[in-house]
Design a protein around this ligand. Sequence first.
Ligand code: CP3
Length: 344
Amino acid sequence: MTSRSKFLRVFEGEVFEAPPVWFMRQAGRYLPEYRALRAKAGSFLDLCFNPDFASEVTLQPIRRFDLDAAILFADILLIPHALGQRLSFVEGEGPRLEPVVDFKDIDAFRSRDVLKDLTPVFETVAKTREALPEDKALIGFAGAPWTVATYMLAGGPTKDPSLLRRRFYEERELIDGLIDVLVEKTVSYLCAQIEAGADAVQLFDTWAGGLPWPVLDAVSIRPLEKICRAVKEKHPDTPIILFPKGVGEKAGEYALLQGGDGIGIDYAMDPGWARANLAERVVVQGGLDPLLVVAGGKDMENGARTLLKLFHDVPYVFNLGHGFIPETPPENVARLVEIVREGV
Ligand code: CP3
């Protein structure tokens, strides 16, 4: 018997009757224990930058649901914050930062030492790894350059981030410059997480959807490939998972990236297509509609069983097709984990 986590063994090619399971946004507002600690911490950023609290929040869903992997509690927008774009979270509205205007901003980003500002995050990783049992994996993460850039360019969330491609057409050099800085800083950020104890890392490209091919290739696929290669150069054995949300069959291009080991599939993707076209090349992760877990009952159970059946003979990690929303009843999550543990 090995104590190596089920999650990591999947990346070595092992197939389980009951696959390992974790969930995007598994720590968060749907859990009363999260809301309590969040209130105690003050702001969301105070929570992210307090290693005792952040590591406690990371462990909460593991204790409650006995999941196979914990995901570091932090946010993809800590990178722009560390680059000097002051970040705040407005209650009920989401993140706010100062928008990127011109090349002066990019030059200022380039000269910043993000690792210094993000030291508390690495402390959280180390503390969490120490507290986790050996058979549970710890996943680190970062936002993909394009997704992080959409918030940096707009100064917050936008209804349709793909419209920011206009700036790619009109200010190509500025966008390329911003993406390049993000590639460089993200590589050092992820390597530092791995060095602090993360067993795997995931890159969230939440806003990759809706981009025409040449833009998608330039702002999402190539930058992610650069990140994967550079991280692998230093840490060849650490699995890297990509979550390119909303890209449909273009997910096949991400599966070809050198250095990428897993692809997270979103809830709109046909899992049958993913099984036929991705599973032979990479570990497939996820797919379940998070709103099915809000609804619960037979629909949720059937949705989960469909995925378990479809991927029963290939390395697969059970997860959602995007993060839990705050309205998710924790008892539905517990039932979902039971179903995954039953296997096919
Ligand atoms: O449990 C986990 O998955 C780990 C922690 C995590 C958070 N955000 C915590 C969080 C992770 C991996 C993220 C990633 C993230 N953050 C993404 C990519 C994945 C995705 O969900 O699409 C994006 C786009 C962000 C940016 C972000 N952070 C937004 C737009 C918001 C506000 C909107 C919202 O849902 O409130 C956040 C805040 C945030 N990040 C919360 C949490 C738990 C809620 C903050 C609170 O407690 O008030």
